[in-house]
Design a protein. Structure first.
Length: 212
């Protein structure tokens, strides 16, 4: 009988020791996976910030738009020297949305690939500036990352759009004049081309005015 009691006591001690070991051992903490711990990465903007207001205008060389000039327009503005100005005589065939091209200023003689184009806005009124620009962009082709703002072209009330096109960022400004609305657009061959010709756009925008 004493032997049985001793055996039971030994078994009880062994079970108690095992339970104590289990209680003292800390629970394993799961390590977070790399996918769970990593923060999401934002997609980069394809063509950079939309406005580039910090870019200084190019030096003025030629005035576009005066009466009797190559491209008489409802407004006037300056472009850099060597840029070639020509009137567009087949504008109706190249109408884009509500815009008909009336003047084209080519940067190639100045060593760049890009254009400033002037468009006459046609169509029924009233048409808000954003509707006008959206109609132009929708007909022109790929136009993502659209941004809009009210601004000035020289002293004239204007509405501006910036968007990403097929190859580069694009820019357009819709200018109000006494003779209707005029659209000025900037096209670069690619992102580097856009950067090279953008100061000319800044010049056109800052120097715009009504004809004297």
């Amino acid at each position: 009988m004493k032997r049985q009691v001793a055996v039971l006591a030994a078994l009880t001690l062994a079970v108690s020791a095992g339970c104590a070991e289990k209680k003292e051992k800390p629970a394993a903490v799961p390590t977070p996976s790399a996918s769970a711990s990593a923060s999401p990465t934002a997609s980069p903007i394809a063509f950079g910030p939309p406005w580039h207001d910090e870019v200084a205008p190019a030096a003025a060389g030629v005035t576009v738009g005066p009466k009797g000039s190559t491209c008489p327009l409802p407004i006037t503005f300056s472009v850099p020297a060597k840029w070639k100005v020509r009137a567009v005589t087949s504008g109706a065939d190249r109408k884009t949305g509500p815009a008909v091209p009336i003047c084209e200023i080519d940067a190639k003689p100045a060593g760049h690939i890009g254009f400033l184009r002037v468009w006459r806005i046609e169509g029924p009124a009233p048409r808000t500036p954003q509707i006008t620009l959206d109609a132009f962009m929708d007909d022109d082709g790929r136009a993502t990352e659209r941004q809009y703002r009210r601004t000035k072209a020289g002293p004239l009330d204007s509405f501006e759009a910036s968007w990403a096109g097929e190859r580069a960022r694009r820019r357009a400004i819709l200018v109000s004049s006494l003779y209707g609305k005029v659209l000025i657009t900037l096209d670069g061959a690619d992102s580097d081309g856009f950067t090279a010709v953008f100061p000319a756009y800044q010049l056109a925008k800052s120097s715009a005015n009504l004809p004297k």
